[in-house]
Design a protein around this ligand. Structure first.
Ligand code: FAD
Length: 410
């Protein structure tokens, strides 16, 4: 396919060409006269270069497809999370170099008692910028900085989809929205708080060290939700997540940070989806937060963005390599997405239940649930919603019978 009009800045293209680790990426943002118009037709257009978008581009590496990935920021520039993930995912994707700290226990605080859960698998914090660079180093796509405004009125009349950016219109027959919770490329108004099924999160990153991954379920901080402290080598990631989008989390983020003896700084926050959305719409594919792939209750959305991104990347690869049509890929990906719906629904039920438990019962309940048997059972099932083994080349999602076994807890 012909690629037209793209600026050819070597620092902005070809993930395989990145050789700047461990420093920051060469700035890709075009400024002033360098901000040339962006147009042209591609095989695959991935909008959003964070977890989901990069996972998709990585799956397409070596397919010889003309893949363009765009983001309003350069790759790895804007961290939007506490960057905690099961270590197995870092290991599976060969990303261990970006690990900051590893934890084999989770400390739960309630006003009526604490509990320390020994986890059956470890959890790690990582460096966002470095993780994105490592993923990008495995890609052979072209990257450009551009803000996506939405769908342009029409494609080329050849079934391709046109996308309007602040640098011009780009098109492709395969277009992915990996732009996060706004679901920019959906029809209608996309997804708007506070009415959409969104939680909200805010965190700060003071300097400091800690040994424990800690969670607070305490109405002093948030009526429905939780607070966290994730140490990451020489900084602490301290924040509050509210399942109710109307609850403003800034004041209590400050409160928790000060309770931990730290000064709040470097605020970063975002909306967090807690409900699965359609995986395809109007010919566009959605992955990560744009598809509601963030897990309810825990608000863990990084490994699921990687997981669904990999699943979608495999389907798109089938299309560019000629083994299936776009429609077949859309149907398979939608089925894959929907097969997880009941797991998300269950997690949402628990998310809604926990705030209803009287605080005096919560402490004993949290301690009861800390039995080794229960922790192993629940955390293994939780990991299996998006297991790291799925990233192995050629791996397939759990078969329906396994999903039923999961459901009955065998
Ligand atoms: C405070 C907080 C802490 C969190 N902590 C964790 C955690 O520790 N572990 C975990 O698993 N999850 C965590 N999450 C959730 C997690 O951050 C998200 O689920 C995850 O980032 C989703 O990845 P994504 O690739 O779908 O979208 P995003 O990471 O949101 O990436 C979207 C990309 O699209 C780009 N973009 C957006 N709009 C446009 C546009 N119009 N034009 C061009 N580019 C655009 C953005 O620049 C960005 O690069 C946290 C969330 C919050 C708010």
């Amino acid at each position: 396919m012909v690629t037209g009009g793209l600026a050819t800045d070597p620092s902005a293209s070809g993930g395989g060409g990145v050789d700047t680790l461990p420093g920051m990426p060469v700035r890709a943002t075009k400024r002033g006269n360098e901000r040339t118009p962006l147009d042209g037709a591609h095989d695959v257009l991935i909008c959003g270069a964070s977890f989901a978008g990069l996972a998709i581009a990585r799956e397409l590496a070596g397919s010889r497809a003309d893949v363009l990935i765009i983001d309003r920021y350069e790759i790895g520039e804007r961290q939007t999370s506490a960057c905690g993930i099961p270590t197995g995912w870092l290991r599976q994707l060969d990303l261990m170099d970006c690990e900051c700290q590893r934890f084999d226990t989770l400390v739960m605080h309630t006003p009526h008692g604490d509990a320390r859960y020994r986890l059956p698998w470890t959890f790690s914090t990582f460096d966002y910028r470095q993780l994105c660079q490592l993923l990008w180093a495995d890609c052979d796509a072209r990257f450009e900085t551009a803000k996506v405004n939405g769908r342009a009125p029409a494609g080329n009349g050849d079934g391709s989809i046109a996308i309007e950016t602040d640098r011009g219109v780009v098109s492709a027959p395969l277009v992915v929205d990996a732009l996060g919770w706004r679901r920019v490329l959906a029809s209608g108004d996309g997804c708007q708080p506070p009415d959409a099924p969104l939680s909200r999160g805010l965190e700060v990153h003071p300097d400091g060290v800690g040994d424990d991954l800690e969670i607070w379920i305490d109405r002093r901080y948030v009526p429905a939700g939780y607070g966290w402290s994730f140490p990451a080598r020489d900084e602490m990631r301290i924040g509050i997540g509210s399942f109710d989008p109307r609850f403003h989390v800034k004041e209590t983020t400050v409160l928790l940070t000060e309770d931990l003896g730290k000064e709040p700084n470097e605020y970063q926050g975002n909306w967090i989806p807690h409900k699965l959305r359609p995986a395809t719409e109007g010919g566009v594919f959605f992955a990560g937060d744009s598809a509601g792939h963030c897990l309810p209750l825990s608000a863990e959305g990084i490994r699921t963005a990687l997981y669904f991104g990999i699943g979608l990347g495999r389907e798109l690869r089938g299309v560019v390599e000629g083994s299936q049509s776009r429609e077949q890929a859309a149907a398979t990906y939608a089925e894959f997405n929907d097969s997880h719906e009941w797991k998300f629904r269950w997690m949402l039920r628990v998310q809604k239940l926990i705030p209803k438990i009287p605080p005096r019962l919560l402490g004993p309940a949290i301690r009861l649930m800390g039995s080794k048997r229960f922790v192993n059972w629940s955390f293994e099932h939780y990991l299996n919603i998006a297991p790291p083994e799925f990233a192995e080349p050629g791996a397939v999602a759990a078969a329906p019978q396994d999903r039923v076994a999961d459901a009955v807890g065998s």
